[in-house]
Write a protein that binds this ligand. Structure first.
Ligand code: M6R
Length: 361
């Protein structure tokens, strides 16, 4: 039940410190600071092919960045409805991974079955452990978000990201890309996520205040670089789904290649700008938006420098290790969509035209 919360979505957003903690504990050992022995021999894997839909697709893209960066493991990710019909060229040595909250999404399940028929090793990152995908895949990689009622996925998303980041570290260890000291540091960083997610939940009031203006917009642009790019797309999807405002997530570096033409006084830009090695580049993109009169909401740690430009409003996010920034910055994305929808008076938990699980194409 919803308890003190108005909507299941709000409750599920607030459950994330626990659901992420629980999921991390499946893959990592807090006491030893080591990864648990993964059920797949990553040293023998040549390539990962992930298939997923919707929010699970964005979580997978974040996973891709981590598998390549921390494990040097090539990782492709594709929308399942495309993958299943285009006769993809797969090579033996590829591990096929389905990522899904429900484990029942028709296109993802069909892609998984197809990969298995090609003789590929298969794994499934699923939240419903008795689902079709859990049974179909050789290896089950569970997430522990618990039942998710809101149609807009929140805690299942962060649980998927937590599982994939942990697996990427495990793959890095197995492949000799990460030494014992780095392993301890990355495991420690991951276990800081629940606390920092709880801290990010304190952004509540600041985000709420911004949504008074955001709810009036017709279009909203979300920008990010690195893993913040898929998270920008996830933020845009969340806003679309529950507030019915048109939103697009873009890689900040793509701004000049088209979307900057959309910028005017009525088109807000939300930027995910953790203080990492790409911060300055994102900040300069925001100056370009501000110079064209576009309102900007910059989500960044308090200690990040102020970009020049009128119209840049800031919301302070917790400062966090780079590995876990997608987990921490997911929270302001979700709160932004949630409060905008509440402001508009839409049906947050049951948005129009959407079903929780898409079991028919
Ligand atoms: O159950 P799945 O994770 O396979 O579902 C995939 C998508 O249908 C799902 O993530 C959808 O995009 C959500 N409504 C997102 O909030």
């Amino acid at each position: 039940e919803k308890g003190e919360y108005r909507h299941f979505m709000e409750k599920e957003i607030h459950e994330q410190p626990d659901s992420v903690q629980h999921t991390l504990s499946e893959y990592l050992d807090l006491v030893s600071g080591k990864v648990k022995v993964p059920s797949v021999d990553f040293a023998a894997v040549e390539r990962i092919q992930i298939v997923a839909c919707g929010t699970a697709f964005y979580a997978s893209q974040i996973g891709k960045y981590a598998f390549e960066r921390y494990a040097g493991l090539p990782c492709d990710i594709e929308i399942a409805s495309e993958f299943r019909y285009r006769q993809p060229a797969v090579t033996q040595g590829t591990l096929a991974v389905a990522v899904s909250q429900s484990g029942e999404t028709a296109d993802t399940l069909a892609s998984l079955t197809w990969c298995k028929a090609q003789g590929l090793k298969t794994a499934a990152v699923v939240n419903v452990h008795s689902s079709s995908m859990a049974r179909e895949a050789e290896v089950l990689w569970p997430t522990h978000a618990g039942p998710e009622i809101g149609v807009a996925s929140t805690k299942a998303f962060t649980a998927q990201v937590a599982a994939l980041l942990s697996l990427a570290v495990a793959a890095g260890v197995a492949r000799g890309k990460i030494d014992a000291a780095q392993e301890a540091e990355l495991v420690k960083a991951l276990f800081e996520a629940p606390r920092l997610i709880a801290e990010a939940l304190q952004m509540d009031a600041g985000i709420h205040a911004l949504t008074i203006d955001l709810a009036k917009a017709r279009d909203v642009l979300f920008l990010g670089r690195g893993p913040m790019f898929p998270l920008a797309m996830e933020g845009a999807l969340k806003l679309k789904e529950i507030s019915y405002i048109h939103a697009e997530g873009y890689a900040a570096g793509e701004l000049k290649h088209g979307p900057i033409a959309l910028i005017d006084e009525a088109t807000p830009t939300v930027a995910l700008a953790p203080l990492d090695d790409l911060f300055e580049k994102t900040a300069s993109n925001l100056q370009e938006v501000a110079a064209r009169g576009g309102p900007v909401i910059m989500i960044a740690p308090e200690k990040a420098p102020d970009p020049h430009g009128a119209g840049i409003r800031r919301v302070h996010a917790p400062d966090c290790p780079a590995l876990i920034s997608p987990l921490v910055y997911a929270v302001p994305m979700q709160l932004l969509a949630y409060y905008t929808a509440v402001q508009k008076g839409t049906d947050v938990d049951q948005p129009r035209n959407l079903a929780k699980s898409v079991t028919v194409e």
